[in-house]
Design a protein around this ligand. Structure first.
Ligand code: GLU
Ligand code: ZN
Length: 295
């Protein structure tokens, strides 16, 4: 089989609508894939039904369509991949790389999110327990295409992290690694809010024996009031009739050139032009970008 040299993806979480910051990340991922002649996949990260906003999945798809961000192949939903996640977890438990943890939230108070390891050697039963991954005292790092070198001491800065919650929900860190590998993703382009998740993902890739993709983390867009445009920040859907101006704004945020003529036309034309002129080296090398500075 002939494997394409570039496979990118956009992986929204339907706990809200796409906001301007997600548009910037989606656009960067799309253009990087198109400029490379690669494929661009779409994966709905619907792992957490209680936090899902009704109608968000449909709204996200509609926005991508309206903004000309057409994906290749079938949409993948993580809610349909639980069997795969369960099989990987079984393997990690069997090899002793993961273990059951019955610590209550109260018991973990005062440790600043660093797990003190109470259940590491306790041999707890899996029933009604969270599953944690045993993490080594080692630095995991990588060279980001925009952010430069980034690393973390997983043992000290992260500690044994949860891959399945006590209520059965699979953790983002686990699912994202399994699915990026399964979909053959070569290039992850996403927001810089996920920079500090990447070392955990590198460790999981090593454990599972899968290839490490290249990474490009685009600056996170910050609201005038200092709010991060994050998952918890409720914003309305991006307006369908503002696709071209908002794409232009997103291109500006990414430091990209813009076509000369004032009439930029339809999103499809603009995106074709932008993919021909895409230069990832022009993306601002910062973690955050104030929306106010974009005009
Ligand atoms: N679903 C994650 C989010 O919306 C993104 C996952 C990723 O790109 O790795 O924040
Ligand atoms: Zn525990």
């Amino acid at each position: 089989m002939n494997t394409p040299a570039y496979i990118g993806r956009f992986a929204p979480t339907p706990s809200g609508y796409l906001h301007f910051g997600s548009l910037v990340a989606a656009l960067a991922s799309y253009l990087d894939a198109r400029a490379a002649g690669g494929r661009w996949l779409l994966r709905m990260e619907d792992l957490d039904p209680p936090r899902e906003v009704a109608g968000a999945q449909q709204a996200i798809l509609a926005t991508l369509e309206n903004y000309g961000l057409h994906w290749d192949g079938e949409l993948v939903r993580q809610s349909e991949r639980h069997d795969q996640y369960a099989a990987v977890l079984d393997g990690l438990l069997a090899s002793g790389m993961a273990y059951a943890c019955t610590c209550s939230r109260k018991r973990l108070e005062g440790y600043q999110g660093i797990y003190p390891g109470f259940c590491r050697e306790a041999g707890q039963a899996r029933e009604n327990a969270a599953i944690r991954l045993r993490v080594p005292e080692r630095r995991y790092g990588f060279d980001d295409r925009v952010q430069g070198h980034y690393d973390q001491d997983l043992g000290r800065e992260v500690s044994d992290f949860v891959v399945q919650r006590r209520d059965g929900l699979y953790a983002y860190q686990l699912a994202v690694v399994i699915d990026d590998a399964w979909q053959g993703v070569t290039d992850v382009v996403r927001g810089a809010d996920l920079l500090d998740s990447t070392p955990r993902q590198l460790y999981l890739q090593e454990l599972l024996g899968v290839a490490q993709p290249r990474y490009l983390h685009v600056p996170l867009i910050i609201q005038p009031d200092g709010h991060k445009l994050g998952k918890s920040y409720r914003s309305p859907p991006l307006p369908a009739d503002q696709a071209t101006p908002l794409l232009i704004r997103a291109l500006r945020a990414l430091g990209q050139p813009l076509p000369e003529d004032a009439a930029y036309g339809q999103p499809d034309e603009l995106l074709l032009w932008a993919s021909r002129h895409w230069n990832a080296d022009l993306i601002p090398r910062t973690r955050t970008l104030a929306e106010a500075q974009l005009r």
